[in-house]
Write a protein that binds this ligand. Structure first.
Ligand SMILES: O=c1ccn([C@@H]2O[C@H](COP(=O)(O)O)[C@@H](O)[C@H]2O)c(=O)[nH]1
Length: 277
């Protein structure tokens, strides 16, 4: 991209429309994701790129972890375990402590039902919300329309192929493609339906960045620091530094932080690795 930036709108985690001058001095509007341009990422802090997954059975344990992380973390993820135990009030409790929430509900149903779920979830003030790309274009488009009709809506993320799945697991579901090919297919389909971002493994970030989905917010779980020997149930993994260098927008990290002997120190080490990547 050439030209000087004249006008920027929107907040740090959303796509921005910017007015630029091209090489001939002509003004043009351009839609760009902030994570893709060094002139934007310069202003961003490492904490804007890290989401800590609060996979806990109750509010007490989740909020205790928020406290233990000493204000280092901006984004927390509420997944099915915590949401089903506590409901949307846990999102409000985390937000009341000054944090942003990624509501990882992985919605997957008929279009009308998913549209209603988007409306209900939006009321919590969550900043990011997931739905399964495999729900198909009609379901994704219904979610997009529902979000667009609201005064406030989270950014919608389509989960492509779960990071726990390898080629063998994928074949068992009847899909005769590599995880990378399937992520590419679902990622391009979801962004064509107007979805803001994708959840993929670190292994697919590179191909997505040169695909039709290249502008998407890429939210990446399957992160394991180099000194961690445990992949747990994850199959497609990389270190925080590698994922960021390949073009990930935000990393999702759970157990390497929350099960560490010193979660604050584990989070600090990952933030440092993001900063230097
Ligand atoms: O494909 C996916 C989609 C979501 N997740 C979620 O991310 C975290 C990862 O936790 P770790 O403890 O760091 O493995 C977890 O909450 C998953 O539900 C994912 O792993 N893969």
């Amino acid at each position: 991209m050439c030209g000087e930036y004249l006008q920027v709108c929107s907040n740090p985690c959303t796509r921005r429309r910017i007015k630029t001058r091209n090489g001939k001095g002509r003004l043009l509007w351009q839609s760009i994701h902030p994570f893709q341009d060094s002139r934007y990422t310069e202003g961003m802090k490492p904490a804007d790129h890290l989401i800590v997954a609060l996979d806990f059975p109750n509010r007490t344990q989740a909020l205790d972890m928020v406290e233990r992380l000493n204000g280092q973390i901006r984004w927390f993820k509420v997944g099915l375990e915590l949401y089903l135990a506590e409901g949307l009030s846990i999102v409000e409790a985390i937000r009341a402590r000054g944090h942003e929430v990624f509501l990882d509900l992985k919605l997957h149903d008929i279009p009308n039902t998913v549209a209603g779920a988007v409306r209900s979830a939006a009321a919590s003030g969550a900043g990011l919300l997931t739905l399964h790309a495999s729900g198909g274009p009609a379901m994704l488009a219904a979610a997009r329309r529902a979000a667009d009709e609201l005064d406030y809506a989270p950014r919608l993320l389509a989960v492509t192929v779960l990071t726990s799945m390898d080629k063998h697991q994928l074949t068992a579901t009847g899909i005769d493609a590599s995880p990378a090919s399937q992520v590419l297919l679902l990622g391009e389909m979801a962004t064509a339906a107007g979805i803001d971002g994708l959840v993929c493994s670190p292994e697919e970030v590179g191909i997505l960045r040169v695909s039709k989905a290249k502008d998407a917010l890429l939210v990446v779980p399957g992160i394991r620091p180099a000194d961690t020997t445990l992949a747990d149930d994850q199959s497609r993994i990389a270190t925080p530094g590698d994922a960021i260098r390949r073009g990930a927008s935000m990393l999702v990290v759970g157990r390497p932080i929350t099960k560490a002997a010193d979660p604050a120190a584990a989070a600090a080490a990952i933030l440092k690795e993001i900063e230097t990547a």
